[in-house]
Design a protein around this ligand. Sequence first.
Ligand SMILES: NC(=O)C1=CN([C@@H]2O[C@H](COP(=O)(O)OP(=O)(O)OC[C@H]3O[C@@H](n4cnc5c(N)ncnc54)[C@H](OP(=O)(O)O)[C@@H]3O)[C@@H](O)[C@H]2O)C=CC1
Ligand SMILES: CC(=O)N[C@@H](CCC(=O)OP(=O)(O)O)C(=O)O
Length: 314
Amino acid sequence: MKYKIFVDGQEGTTGLKIHDYLSGISNIEVIKIESEKRRDSEARRDLINEADVVFLCLPDSASRDSVSMVSNNKTRIIDASTAFRTNQEWTYGLPELHKNQRGKIQHSSRVSVPGCHATGFILAIQPLIAEGIIPRDYPASCYSLTGYSGGGKGLISEYQSSNREQLSAPRPYALNLNHKHLPEMQLYSGLHAAPIFTPIVGNYYQGDAVTIPLFPGMFLKHVTARDIQELLASYYEEERFIRVMPYDSEAYLEDGFFNLMACNHTNYLDIFVFGHKDRIVLVSRFDNLGKGASGAAIQNMNIMLGFDEGAGLE
Ligand SMILES: NC(=O)C1=CN([C@@H]2O[C@H](COP(=O)(O)OP(=O)(O)OC[C@H]3O[C@@H](n4cnc5c(N)ncnc54)[C@H](OP(=O)(O)O)[C@@H]3O)[C@@H](O)[C@H]2O)C=CC1
Ligand SMILES: CC(=O)N[C@@H](CCC(=O)OP(=O)(O)O)C(=O)O
């Protein structure tokens, strides 16, 4: 039997990339909406209820509308928006989070795809909190360097159609310190308070690196950067898409600089541990359109339908 798959938001950045991935997967039938009807509620309602799995690649409010259109017990939803990420009736689609998270995703009919920056932050810091190294009341902070495709069609068109000089330099944003990923960063990392998070968008299409500075003097146990690398490597040893890089900071730099784009066009997330016994920096590197969005959405579908987890992704 072929599973019917519908992508609501099929002509957006995330939706188009999901279609690319779906074209490499067997045992599915992709059902599409006529282009001119893609915002027509009745046409969307019909396809949503016909499909076995629906990807929502929409703004939050449109995602909520689509979920309210489901009128059967069969349709399973994978939502790329922020709308349901901390909703306890939904499953957070980060299979590597805990040993039992993959099983929850497999049996869930409502799965929320994590935000790109949140993915990088949580995967790097959560094991250290769970292992009792970083205290839950640690005053965490992080910044993220991201390509402009993370901002969807609007930001892509701004970068590609304008020659305003200020777009050539990296631009910090969310300086109100209320970025929409903070609630999920706090909830799934296990921290008591959200981190101070300042993302920075650069004049390149895709690729994201989340950097977390840490002071070992504030930890609950005496550990060095090398110990942290060993702990993370062991925590993610069996994970196919999480690669914890060996501790040897200089080896990862190209002429002294870090390459933000080395995970592009893959579903990998690489974790680096830099530093020593006094100062540590964790860096998560990934493709914001891969493990940060569409790749993660496909990985969740594969788990939910019992497919090979890497189907279409490798
Ligand atoms: N880009 C990224 O890296 C990531 C994006 N996300 C999330 O995924 C979701 C989609 O983002 P992205 O693909 O980047 O956004 P885009 O702006 O590129 O695409 C949004 C899509 O939603 C459609 N849409 C907008 N409003 C409505 C509406 N009222 N009814 C029906 N369709 C509507 C648009 O239709 P139309 O074709 O007519 O414009 C378009 O296809 C967002 O929630 C975003 O936060 C998550 C992780 C990363
Ligand atoms: C450059 C840019 O604007 N990036 C987006 C992140 C996109 C993403 O992962 O987040 P959502 O799934 O929550 O949309 C931002 O920082 O808001």
